[in-house]
Every structure is written in C-alpha cells, then in structure tokens.
Ligand binder design. Structure first.
Ligand SMILES: Cc1cc2nc3c(=O)[nH]c(=O)nc-3n(C[C@H](O)[C@H](O)[C@H](O)COP(=O)(O)OP(=O)(O)OC[C@H]3O[C@@H](n4cnc5c(N)ncnc54)[C@H](O)[C@@H]3O)c2cc1C
Length: 582
C-alpha cells in the first residue's frame, strides 16, 4: 500500500469500522447502488473534502486503495466523483467555479462525467453533443443531435442521488465549431431530472454495479458560467479567445482529465490484486490437505499449488512496483518537480501520460489474471462474497474499457511510438556473456533488445508501406498488431525496470522476498518469448532448456521468504477476506 501517516491510517480504520461498511448479502441492484452512495457519503464525512484530496495525492491514492479493496463500486463512484467530476471542475475552472467545488466537496451532489457517446466506436475523438451559445440570453443551448450521440453510461441513473455532471460538448457560436469543452450541468436533483434532460437507466452491470445510464439533451439551457473554459475566454457577445489555437488541441486538452482516472484505476487494480493474492496465500498456509502420497500437510507444501499461486504473487509484485513508480511520477509531476527525464516514458508531459494509460491497461489485464488464479487456488472457498473474488475480477474486467478502452489506449500509444513521438527505444544490449539465468543484467538486456528490435521492425514496416504508396489507413492498419506487440514489450520492460529499482530500495527485511518474486516475474517474461529470443540468436537452445527447468528452484526461493510477503504486499488487515465458515 502507499505509505501512510498514522493519523490517516487511524481515520481509514475508523471509516471501515462504520456500520455502513458491514457486509450485506442479498441486495437487489438498486439497493446495491443506493448502498454505494450511502457508503460514499460516509467516506466524505470521515475524510478531507475532495478538492483537498486532489491536492494531497499520496493520501488520495491510499484512500482509493482501501476503498477498492473494501468495495469496488464505491471506488468507481469515488473516482468519478473526485478524480473526474470534481477534478474536471478544478482543472478547467479553478477559483471561477467555487460554488460547484463547494457543492461537490460537501457531497450535496455527486460528481459525474459525460464524455462517451453511445453510437460510435472511439467516440471520445468524435464528440457530437452540441452547446450553441445564444448571445441574446447569454446562455448555452445543449442538444443531442441524434440517438448515436446520447451520452453513454455515466452513473446518473439512481433516483434520489443528486448528480452534478461535467458534459463534454462542441462549443458552437453562430454555427461555428470551436471544439470540445466541458460544461457543468445539473443532471439530477434529489427530486428528479431537470427539464431538457432525459435519463434512461441502462441494464444491470453485475460485474461492477453502478447506476449507469444513457443521457439525452433536448435544448437544455445552461448559464455562461457553465462553460469550463480553462485558459480560453468567451465574452458575452460570443467571441472566443482560445490560446490553444484550434479544436484538435482543445479536445486533447479536455481529454487530459482521463489521466486522473488512469492513475486511480491502476492504483486500485494493483490494490485488489494484492488483496487477492494475500487472501489466497493465507488460505493456502492454513489449509491442511489429504493426499495419496504423503501424510496430511499444508496445501502450500505442494509444488502444484505453489507454482501457479507464486506466479500470480510475482506478477502482483511486479504490477505493484510499476504502479508505485507511476504514483511517484504523478506526485512529482503535480508538484512541478522534474525527474525521470532520462527515459521518455517517465518524462512529464505526453511520454508520462502515455505511461499512465498503458499502466491502467496492463493493470486491468494482470489484475484479472492474478485475482482469477488466486480465487481458483482457494477452490470452493474462493467462490463466496467473503473474499470479494467476483467483485475484484469484475472490477478488473470493467476497468479495461473504462475511462477510454484499454486496447484503444494501447493502439494510440503504438502509433505515437511508431512515429517516434515522445519515445526513444531503449539501447540494444549485448548480454551474450551472461550465463547465469538469475542475473538481472540478462533479463534487462534481453527485454530491452526485444523492445528495440520490434520497434525497429514496426517503423521500417510503416516506412516501406509509405514508399510503396499505401494509404495512411492501410499503412498503419496492417501493422497495428505489431504495434500492439511493441507496446507489450515496452510495458514488460517498464515493469522489470520498476521491479529492479524497487528491489534496490527495499529494507533488508523484505529484500529477499522481493528478489525472489522479481526473478520469478522476469524469467516468466523471458520464457514467454523464448522462441523469439532463439530465432533472433539472443538465447541458445541450452539456455532455453534450462529456463524450462527452473520452476522448483523459483518456488523454493519464494517459499523461503514467505514470511515477508505481508509486509511486501501490504493490505490493511481489517479488509482481508473473512473466513467462509465461522
Ligand atoms: C465501468 C465503466 C464506467 C464508465 N463510466 C463512464 C462515465 O462515467 N462517463 C463516460 O463518458 N463514459 C464512461 N464509460 C465509457 C468508457 O469511457 C468507454 O467504454 C470507453 O471510452 C470505450 O468506448 P466504447 O465502449 O464505446 O468502445 P469502442 O470505442 O467501441 O471500442 C471497443 C472495441 O472496439 C475496437 N475499436 C474501436 N475503435 C477502434 C479503432 N479506431 N481501432 C481499432 N479498434 C477499435 C477495439 O477492439 C475496442 O476494444 C464507462 C465505461 C465503463 C466500462
């Protein structure tokens, strides 16, 4: 978990002892959604206001971790409220929107973000909701041009839960399109939905229940102050002065708010992955099992149980290291402190923003796998709500497409990297003289070289396609799968580097466990692409054979340090799984 001061930890412990967090079974969908907002209100009562948390990122991250482990739906509602709704108001209006900030801070309304549109893929890049400025009244008239442009799945469907929304719409003045800006609009009060807005509840989403809805605007009138204009200014006559200079840049700027959600999601996903493996380890240590070839003993003594579980623990550790590095970079960048300039992936600005998105994407994929494996290793005891297995896996599944689809984030990153935008491939490293498979120089050398060579193949392919006169669509489309592979290699490299950085910094008590898990993760990464390394002449056949024989040794290394895992993969004790049988 993020390091946390004693006062804050005490506050969090008290918060999760509150009656509202008592486990509830057998609620219907609306009851489940209502409980989410009851819990969110109690979170608000116990903690500093959202705008203060946005200025104190270490505490915000800790809160998100605890909440995600306790209740993923509350995590999502909290993220939408603080990081996106309130976050957008603060980011794009600051002091000019103090009334809205106050309303969201004291939870008179919950925050929501309305960006996605229902009818087209990748709709964030082609938003069609319109806000026409009417200079005669000084108001905006917001409309949904057709069904395809209805806002898709903001959490505004629950009657009685007031929502203040940030709506992404094209600013039009006298018919001219000035690009996409965020506007504040009251979507729902305690009494219902205001005129000019239609809210249609979506079907239930059992993997991460929330009051998702479709929203349609029919000449909704908003005051001029509703425009979150950032550094642009719209005067009363409708003359816009936008220093960004054009709709494309304005859209990119408006979408930057997603970075808050990417980091929050990555933080939460790593936290539930840790909870999953900690619950599974505790189960395995206490579970005595019968067997035909030995006396009764703990299930964790069996290799066949160790190997898949320890692999999940190792991936969880690697994910935690990457996410910790992202958190630190986010804190540094928010404070305007430089750092990490030696690698484009950690350079504040577009390079670091790409890393936020890719970390969210890999976190969703890995957390899904880690939690599924952890749950499976608990057998029939891993199917009940006490371990929140379904909640965690549901969250991992749902955060894949949330805040921008992860696959699209990866493909967008791949295109940028192919063009060399804010990206420099790592140097090729000759590690042919490193014989020891446990030597980190070997892992790093191989993994970096793979990223570099795949990237070279991609850029050469795109160049060749252009020379042959292929159109822009085909030139990229036919190489997008290779682009996906390049990004996979890039993220794998960032993760192994993060592990090795962390291993260097850990206190002695956990350093052995960190080394063992780091080795297991890195060697799994190398093994997965052993055929490629062989073909490229980077590994010899005898090395590949030895790689395949390492399982028992890797397990022994992890097993011998198992006592350090609770400290290394910290999860608040009160939030660990309760026993199924009491
Ligand atoms: C839990 C959850 C909560 C959400 N909350 C909100 C919210 O509060 N407010 C809000 O505005 N939105 C919200 N969303 C919507 C979310 O932002 C969208 O899911 C996301 O933007 C992806 O849009 P889409 O689902 O329309 O996917 P699409 O854009 O249709 O993409 C789906 C798939 O289609 C393919 N695809 C699409 N376009 C391309 C392309 N150009 N190239 C290659 N492949 C492509 C890819 O395989 C991709 O994975 C939420 C989503 C989830 C899951």
């Amino acid at each position: 978990m993020s390091p946390v001061d004693d006062d804050f930890r005490e506050t969090l412990e008290k918060l999760f002892r509150h009656e509202v967090f008592r486990p509830r079974d057998r609620l219907d969908y609306d009851g489940r959604c209502a409980l989410t907002y009851d819990r969110l209100r109690v979170v608000g009562e116990h903690l500093p206001p959202g705008s203060a948390l946005l200025r104190d990122l270490p505490r915000l991250f800790t809160l998100l971790e605890w909440v995600a482990i306790a209740d993923p739906s509350v995590f999502l509602a909290l993220t939408l409220h603080v990081c996106l709704g309130l976050g957008a108001v603060v980011e794009f209006a600051g002091d000019r929107a103090e009334d809205h900030v106050r309303e969201l801070d004291d939870l008179s309304s919950f925050g929501a973000l309305l960006v996605t549109e229902a009818g087209r893929g990748n709709s964030h890049l082609d938003i069609r909701t319109e806000a026409e400025y009417d200079a005669a009244t000084g108001e905006f008239v917001v409309r949904t041009p057709d069904e395809a442009a209805r806002k898709f799945m903001p959490n505004v469907g629950l009657p009685g839960a007031p929502k203040l929304g940030v709506v992404y719409a094209r600013l039009r003045v006298r018919g001219r399109d000035h690009g996409v800006f965020p506007f504040v609009a009251r979507i729902r009060t305690a009494d219902g939905v205001p005129p000019g807005i239609r809210v249609i509840a979506l079907p239930e989403a059992p993997l991460l229940p929330l009051d998702y809805a479709l929203v349609e605007f029919d000449r909704l009138r908003l005051p001029r102050t509703a425009l979150l204009s950032d550094d642009a200014r719209l005067d009363a006559d409708g003359v816009l002065d936008d220093p960004l200079g054009g709709p494309d840049r304005r859209l990119r700027r408006a979408l930057e708010i997603r970075h808050n959600a990417w980091v929050a999601s990555a933080v939460a996903l790593a936290a539930v992955a840790r909870a999953g493996v900690r619950n599974a380890l505790r189960h395995a240590e206490n579970r005595v099992t019968a067997s035909t070839f030995t006396a009764q003993r703990a299930v964790l003594d069996h290799r066949a149980h160790q190997r898949p579980l320890f692999a999940a623990v190792a991936d969880c550790y690697a994910l935690t290291c990457l996410v910790d590095k992202v958190k630190a970079a986010r804190v540094r960048s928010a404070a305007g402190r430089p750092g990490g300039e030696e690698d484009s992936a950690w350079t504040p600005g577009p390079g670091l923003n790409r890393t936020y998105g890719l970390t969210k994407a890999i976190a969703a994929r890995l957390a899904d796998r880690i939690v599924a494996e952890s749950g499976r290793r608990c057998g029939a005891h891993g199917v009940f709500t006490t371990g929140r297995w379904v909640d965690y896996q549901g969250m991992a599944h749902m955060l894949g497409p949330a805040a921008g689809d992860s696959y699209l984030i990866v493909l967008e990153a791949a295109r940028g990297m192919a063009d060399g935008r804010h990206y420099t491939p790592p140097p090729e490293e000759d590690v042919s003289d490193v014989e020891d498979l446990f030597d980190p120089r070997l892992w790093l050398g191989l993994i970096r070289t793979r990223e570099r060579r795949l990237h070279h193949r991609l850029t050469a392919g795109v160049r060749l396609a252009r020379r042959r006169g292929q159109g822009a669509f085909d030139a990229w489309n036919n190489r997008s799968l290779l682009g996906n592979e390049v990004v996979g290699a890039h993220v794998a490299r960032l993760m192994v580097e993060a592990v090795l950085d962390a291993v260097r910094d850990h206190p002695a008590a956990v350093a052995g466990a960190a080394r063992a898990l780091g080795a297991m993760h890195a060697l799994a990464e190398v093994s997965e692409h052993a055929a490629w390394y062989l073909c490229e002449g980077l590994l010899r056949p005898d090395q590949v054979r030895r790689l395949a024989d390492l399982d028992n040794e890797l397990c022994d290394r992890v097993q011998s340090t198992i006592g350090a895992l609770p400290q290394l993969l910290d999860v608040p004790e009160p939030l660990l799984a309760r026993r199924v049988t009491r």
